[in-house]
Write a protein that binds this ligand. Structure first.
Ligand SMILES: *Cc1c(COP(=O)(O)O)cnc(C)c1O
Length: 360
């Protein structure tokens, strides 16, 4: 079996152990005589699968009792709308930090329901940094503050949470959830599409403080009200059963690695390997301001479009695929999520060194 090192930003690589377990169970799950894909979501067997996935996520993230975990559909993109429907209810205003395309999409959706106030933006430099933030920007006349913790396209991340004067913080963690230890209680809502660092596309995780559920106006479409899903244990309608099953296995895999703190150490090592090389290279350079560099998405360029294309081809010929950067940044982007083994990053750096020598 030939597997490549897949640096895709999402859907992205999954742990091989998880894929192999899924393969073993694919046609006959736990002596049920059927695949999880064929199973009623109302069955006892499936209830045990979703319960175990939630328990495992609660364990690895140390999610406090007063937070609900929801398994939803619609991607992180639906959360851009669901959050304001449910939280923009008192002042009809929220503060946003604009750190890129995903923040902008969240802003556009919120503007349909109220005032989306942009407190700061890094648009002036193609979002290659996180703007300086001070508590005075976060006036108390807003219902919440929205940030994108890790900016998948540009490769920046918030290394510390801003002081927001005690306002609830909502974070889009689609590309960094489970990558490093966080304190869930610092947030009011955390949401993430699964296809970056959790599992297959199709399920979206929402972690929400209980008191923020049940405040949506009665005109809210039923499916967009967090209460609908919270009251029914994410089973108001058919949930994305197979994606939840695989996500549960990924949570268990993280637990077996020693939890998120152990994974974080490996992630830091992987990122340092790549960034240290980028800082020493005379051909390649990273595009992000050093202090705001992401652990998960590493954009880099040669400064020459032809050389970039040549490198992407060279890497692909060596079993390192999906390294093409997002069209708004150009060059290359290596997404090094939890499931990317350190060997993949080592091989990438070796490949870059060889290419550098041959293309001086
Ligand atoms: C990929 C991504 C999204 C979009 O996710 P969907 O699940 O496709 O809607 C939103 N935010 C961030 C930070 C992302 O990386």
């Amino acid at each position: 079996m030939e597997r490549v090192f897949n640096f895709s930003a999402g859907p992205a690589c999954l742990p091989l152990e998880v894929l192999e377990e899924v393969q073993k169970e694919l046609v006959n799950y736990s002596s049920s005589g059927m695949s999880v894909m064929e199973m009623s979501h109302r069955s006892k067997t499936y209830q045990a699968i979703i319960d175990s996935a939630e328990a495992s996520l609660r364990k690895i993230m140390s999610i406090p009792e007063n937070y609900k975990v929801l398994f939803l559909q619609g991607g992180a993109s639906l959360q851009f709308a669901m959050v304001p429907y449910n939280l923009m209810t008192k002042n009809r205003k929220a503060h946003f930090v604009n750190t890129g395309a995903w923040s902008q999409k969240a802003i556009e959706e919120a503007q349909k329901l109220g005032e989306a106030n942009i407190v700061a933006s890094s648009e002036d430099k193609t979002f290659n940094y996180i703007p300086e933030l001070s508590s005075s920007m976060f006036t108390p006349d807003a219902d919440y503050v929205h940030i994108t913790s890790n900016n998948t396209i540009y490769g920046t991340k918030f290394n510390k949470l801003p002081d927001v004067n005690g306002l609830p913080i909502v974070s889009d963690m689609s590309s960094c959830i489970l990558s490093e230890v966080i304190n869930v209680s610092d947030y009011a809502v955390i949401y993430a599409g699964a296809q970056k660092n959790i599992g297959p596309a199709g399920v979206t995780i929402v972690i929400i403080r209980e008191d923020l559920i049940g405040n949506a106006p009665s005109s809210t479409p039923t499916m967009l009200d967090y209460k609908t899903h919270s009251d029914k244990g994410s089973m108001f309608n058919t949930p994305p059963t197979f994606a939840i099953y695989v996500a549960g296995k990924v949570f268990d895999w993280i637990d077996k690695q020693g939890g998120i703190s152990a994974i974080q150490k490996i992630n830091e090592k992987k990122a340092a390997l790549l960034y240290d090389y980028l800082d020493s290279s005379s051909l390649f350079r990273g595009t992000v301001v050093k202090r705001d560099r992401s652990l998960m998405n590493v954009p880099f360029v040669t400064g020459n479009d032809e050389l970039d294309a040549k490198f992407i081809k060279f890497a692909s010929d060596n079993g390192l695929v999906s390294l093409k950067g997002h069209r708004s940044v150009g060059g290359m982007r290596a997404s090094i999520y939890n499931a990317m083994p350190i060997e993949g990053v080592e091989k990438l750096v070796d490949c870059m060194k060889t290419f550098e020598k041959e293309n001086k």
